[in-house]
Design a protein around this ligand. Sequence first.
Ligand SMILES: [Zn+2]
Length: 587
Amino acid sequence: MRTKRARQSLSYPIRLPDVVQQEALRLLDVSREVINATVVVLWDRLDEFGERETKYAYKQVTAMIGSSDPHGDRQWRCEAEQAGRILRGQAERKKQFALILPLLEQGMILPKTEKQSAGKNRKAIKAALASLREENSDGGSAVELQSLIEQSCNFYLTNGCFPDTYEQMQAFPVQKRGILPYAGDDGGEKGQAYRLRIDLEGRCCYLAFRAPDQAGRWSPTWTEPQLRLPLPPPVVERLQVGEDLAPTLREIAEPDGTRYAVLDFIVEVPVTPLPDPKQVRRVLGWDWGVRTLVTTTVLDLDGHRLAPPLFLDTGGFDGRQAHTRRHIDRLKKKVAKLEARRDQFPVGDQRREPSERKLVVLRREIARCWRKYEARNNDLAHLASNTLILLATVWEADLIAGESLKSLKSEGRGKSARGRWVRWRTNSQIRGALWRCLRYKCHLAGVHLAWQHPRGTTHTCPQCGKPAKTYASPALDAPVLDAGAWLRCFECGWNGARDYAAAINIALLGVAYLLQSGQQGHDARSTMKTKPLNSDSYSGSGLALRLPPTSPRGRLIHAGKRFVNGWITSVTLHSALPPDTMLRLCG
Ligand SMILES: [Zn+2]
């Protein structure tokens, strides 16, 4: 049990007004140079950043070297903080590289044939990842491990061998966009690089920051002109219960080349304490759907189903993402063609110029598509985790159980091997984002979150626990289909949506986890084969949607970002059981 009240920091970007944009960008450009120079100098000492004695990265850096371009001690500390954070991140990545290094093997590379050039063997990579079973983890690092294996394979394709060391394949992590964390300074009141005063009543803050002028001179009177910034309502709401930490100045670049600076306003808020596991009476289980993104249900500790299946249907999200991916693939093909046309002529030849011009446009378009794609994934992760916490609150479930990322069971939908791979990879990205989101939101909201072994959850009857097959449709004569959306048990007669069955099974694993960890005092996770209970009845009391929420704990306020920006304007939740309940959550 925790004794100290846990806290969590949240970050809100606020765009600086136009009058100071030039100044802020100038400052970011100057400090980026210093940060990059610092990282390059300390690259040989990367391992030292794998150990930390202080939370402040700048202390580690300033103990090693001085600034390459001294312009104020606190300014240097802030730059050193960012350089140190980059190096610490890289040192962590290097530790993960040590995990995949022994797994790298020739089999991951498909040799060049007459028909195609050398490439990556997706199957071998997947198998290697599956073998990396980390005990007691939700598999959240699977995405990073995969990217390291892929990076090593790319190294092989260029160099004909795998890298021996991390540094061999990782170029200097040069920062392209400016980031200046003011955490190295003396705080908003006495800062020597920035000043910040918050006026909660006036719902605004007053900011000043030190920056070079156009001639590169650092103004001595920078504290004078205080800039008034209005604070958005969510920030004010957070500040009323939490406290502000040193902000970060950051550059954002649009694909068309426009740059602007934002101030990341960082608020540390107390989190709702987790309820005693012995007090938890209900468990919400959720599964990644075949047809829908997420399916959930709620069980009590005897395995009774209290809630109808709820499907989070994001209205064509998959289709939109697939469309964007295909568009990116088409653009990449065009780029390859244009590059080939350009390379017919020697460097310096004027005939290269038309292709070069078109390439600039195409690359910009590709970057724009990727950003759109990633923004959608992120929005979706926020939306899905908010929805899960909302449903847990409504049904008073204090534990959320979901499948771990470790095995990432593939859905088997895409026809070609490549299609499957793309789908699998997209899924792993979205799932990784959702787990990260859900973890911090549950932490904030005081809801237990536990990952479960996914093996067998989609092909086991939730009512009798026997293995069951899935079918293309609910019709009795429907053909057996491994990826089918309907599960039918011929032992006990249960039949229902396969995703619903999986959600019940995962909730059952959650219940088992709760009961067993209480007994043994450690993280014990059952599998479908060892779980001690089934779900043999449906209690109709949960049929009516329990909305509006009745929770007295104000969880929804603590559940993180409650607004969804961008493309998602609404999401439809619908129940498969009569009465057909529809709930629209609007952003
Ligand atoms: Zn059964």
